[in-house]
Design a protein around this ligand. Structure first.
Ligand code: ADP
Ligand code: ASP
Ligand code: MG
Length: 403
């Protein structure tokens, strides 16, 4: 019998009725002769609500305790789904990350899976059970519960599929991977397939439909990932190895990320020592920097800007306070209505002119950008969030991302 790992996201298990519908969908596959492992996320917006509660206690809650708290969301959904299987006459067991043997290391709230001790999962499959595994969580070497970062249930699913060398299916609330988030640009094209590299790039630049590390694992272990809609039978998207049939276009997708905080340090005396001090301080506060820009020196002074996640808001304030006392005369300001817009495509490795095309479209539409960065297969721009929709509409049209 073939093993299949299916993962259902938060919206797909958001109500009791939806959990029952998921159970029926899984049972259909089981009846076709498959052994089923089902990974689930927390119901609906449970994780967000748990984080909100924690922030009401403390603006910067202890990360170990945060993991302890948010991991409870998945524990509710696995138990309910397993009960639904029992109710429909099927043998099933729910397992937490620890019980499923998911070992992790790293920092609390941002852990990585290091290995899976698959014995317990296999034992339960062999006993004919549908195994329901809590997404997003594992256990570290101290025996503490850990979580894998937002969206981490995808990673749990792909890691299990990689360990068992079996099929991996991710079910969600959209029909598959689109060139542009269909909630922002409803006319976007749905992709039949996309390469691991492009999906990794799109995910890391904000296409929340897949978690980046999940795609990385699929790439590493060559596990094709099928992304489709939970409810309904529409054909989805396969994330797989790059092949020549995918090479049709230079740009495969456009991604957006509103989780951007832009920090500007003004009046910095133009000495490399000062720039180093700023970024040392930021590093000491464990802030992950994304884009950096600096103005040309004017009368011996420069302004330096960088971006990071809004999650780092608290740490930025702490770093800014220290910097302002240590480097007299500087001024630190924060902007949060910033969007990072990126165009992604493997075709860019062979074709130039994409940046120029985007700059022209921005210019035709009076859109000012703040920073630009490039990788081999993407170009990213920060713009004011108020210009986001205008930019998406114009770029999607011009870059042939429309259905
Ligand atoms: P789940 O809870 O099932 O994991 P997510 O909210 O994490 O669901 O991911 C699905 C969402 O990803 C969609 O509702 C959609 O708005 C968003 N999304 C962003 N970019 C894309 C894209 N390029 N293609 C499809 N969906 C996208
Ligand atoms: N429940 C977790 C989150 O909301 C994990 C996931 O949904 O994949 O981030
Ligand atoms: Mg998700």
């Amino acid at each position: 019998m073939a093993v299949v790992v299916q993962k259902y996201g938060g919206t797909s298990v958001g109500t009791i009725e939806k959990i029952k519908a998921v159970a029926k969908k899984v049972i259909e596959r089981k009846e076709q002769g498959n052994e089923m492992i089902v990974v689930v996320s927390a119901m609906g917006k449970t994780t967000d609500s748990l984080i909100t509660m924690a922030k009401e206690i403390s603006p910067n809650p202890d990360k170990r305790e945060l993991d302890m708290l948010v991991s409870t969301g998945e524990q509710i959904s696995i138990a309910l789904l397993s009960m639904a299987f029992h109710e429909y006459g099927y043998n099933s067991i729910s397992l937490t990350g620890f019980q499923a043997g998911i070992k992790t290391d790293g920092l609390h709230t941002k852990n990585r899976i290091t290995d899976i001790d698959i014995k317990n999962v296999k034992k339960n499959l062999n006993a004919g059970r549908i195994v329901v595994v809590a997404g997003f969580q594992g256990i570290n070497e101290n025996g503490d519960i850990t979580t894998l970062g937002r969206g981490g249930s995808d990673t749990t699913a792909v890691a299990l599929a990689a360990k068992l060398k079996c099929a991996c299916e991710i079910y969600t609330d959209v029909e598959g991977v689109y060139c542009v988030d269909p909630r922002v640009y409803p006319k976007a094209k749905k992709l039949h397939s996309i390469s691991y590299e492009e999906m990794m790039e799109m995910a890391s630049l904000g296409a929340g439909v897949m978690e980046t590390r999940a795609v990385e694992l699929g790439f590493k272990y060559n596990i094709p990932i099928y992304v489709a809609m939970t409810h309904g039978n529409k054909k989805g998207t396969v994330i797989k190895e790059y092949d020549d049939t995918m090479e049709g276009k230079v740009i495969t997708g456009l991604t957006l990320n509103d989780d951007v905080l832009m920090i500007t340090v003004n009046n910095v005396e133009y000495k490399s020592k000062n720039i180093a001090r700023i970024f040392d301080k930021v590093a000491k506060h464990n802030i992950n920097i994304d884009m950096i820009s600096q103005t040309a020196p004017f009368e011996g002074y420069v302004n330096v800007s960088f971006t990071c996640s809004t999650d780092d808001n608290y740490s930025i304030d702490a770093a800014a306070n220290e910097l302002q006392t240590e480097i007299p005369g500087i001024e630190v300001s924060k902007e949060s209505d910033i969007t990072k817009l990126s165009v992604v495509g493997i075709g860019m490795m062979k074709q130039s002119g994409v940046a120029a095309k985007v700059f022209n479209i921005f210019s035709d539409n009076n859109i000012e950008f703040k920073q630009v960065t490039t990788s081999e297969i993407s170009i990213s721009y920060t713009i004011n969030t108020s210009d986001k929709q205008k930019a998406v509409n114009a770029l999607a049209e011009a870059l042939d991302l429309r259905a």
